[in-house]
Design a protein around this ligand. Structure first.
Ligand SMILES: Nc1ncnc2c1ncn2[C@@H]1O[C@H](COP(=O)(O)OP(=O)(O)OP(=O)(O)O)[C@@H](O)[C@H]1O
Ligand SMILES: Nc1ccn([C@H]2C[C@H](O)[C@@H](COP(=O)(O)O)O2)c(=O)n1
Length: 223
């Protein structure tokens, strides 16, 4: 087994609904790499905390929840305390709660080793807000995805309606803006483009075009 630092990482960061998860999974599939959805971990902490009646301002109890999270990823399914929570963690209330718990430094610290453990041969595609800036600063390739706020709201609306969730465009535009502001303005590991990240505005690009562009750039670095 090579040391973790020898295992290549592609870090994909960006604001909500910019397409990070979709693109990261596509790139991982093409390259045969592992995939880390770091946002799911913050979502799981938020859901577990709510279920235990823990206030989202209570940093130390939240960090304990994060450190002891009984969660696993099985294919496309997310399991918490033995229960399938794949769709539950994607709801807008959990999205907002995840952004709140993620503002606590002790929660972020408690999740660090868990995220880094995903770095296994032959490689990892990791997506979130601080993959390139904090969790994998030595990533072989760093991508920062953006899209216009209107396009991101349209994508999220379609995604949640397709899952049968009851949402409105007006609420989504507000929720996305609020979450992005909180994620950008927090003191620790805020959402921001790493200095050495490649910026891709995905507003008018298809999923295939973006996946192909990221894979081509990665291969150009390694050939
Ligand atoms: N380039 C694109 N064109 C059209 N739809 C897209 C594109 N990229 C992603 N989508 C769709 O937008 C929705 C949101 O994408 P995704 O969940 O990957 O975003 P995300 O950045 O990971 O969001 P979050 O950080 O909030 O979890 C999905 O339904 C996805 O299929
Ligand atoms: N690396 C990460 C990933 C996620 N978060 C926080 C901030 C997000 O609003 C929330 C949910 O993430 P998503 O599933 O939308 O990617 O979790 C973070 O702070 N750092």
């Amino acid at each position: 087994m090579p040391p973790p630092e020898d295992v290549p990482v592609i870090a994909i960061d960006g604001p909500s609904a910019s397409g990070k998860g979709t693109i990261a999974q596509g790139v991982a599939r093409v390259l045969g790499f592992h995939y880390l959805d770091s946002g799911a971990l913050y979502r799981l902490v938020a859901l577990a905390a709510r279920r235990r009646g823990i206030e989202l301002t209570a940093e130390q109890p939240l960090a304990q929840v994060a450190a002891g999270l009984d969660a696993s990823f099985e294919g496309d399914e997310v399991i918490l305390d033995g229960e399938r929570v794949t769709d539950t963690i994607r709801s807008e209330p959990v999205s907002q709660d995840a952004s709140k718990v993620a503002s606590h430094p002790q929660v972020r610290a408690a999740l660090m080793a868990r995220q880094r453990a995903f770095r296994r041969p032959p490689g990892l595609v990791a997506e979130g807000r601080d993959m390139g800036t904090h969790v994998f600063p030595d990533a072989r390739l760093k991508i920062f995805l953006t899209a216009s706020p209107e396009e991101r709201a349209r994508r999220r609306y379609k995604q949640l309606i397709d899952k049968g969730m009851d949402v409105t465009m007006i609420d989504l535009v507000r929720d996305i803006a609020e979450r992005d502001r909180r994620d950008r303005e927090r003191a620790v590991a805020p959402l921001k483009q790493a200095d050495d990240a490649v910026l891709i505005d995905t507003t008018s690009l298809t999923i295939d075009e973006i996946v192909n562009a990221v894979v081509a750039r990665y291969r150009s670095l390694t050939s």
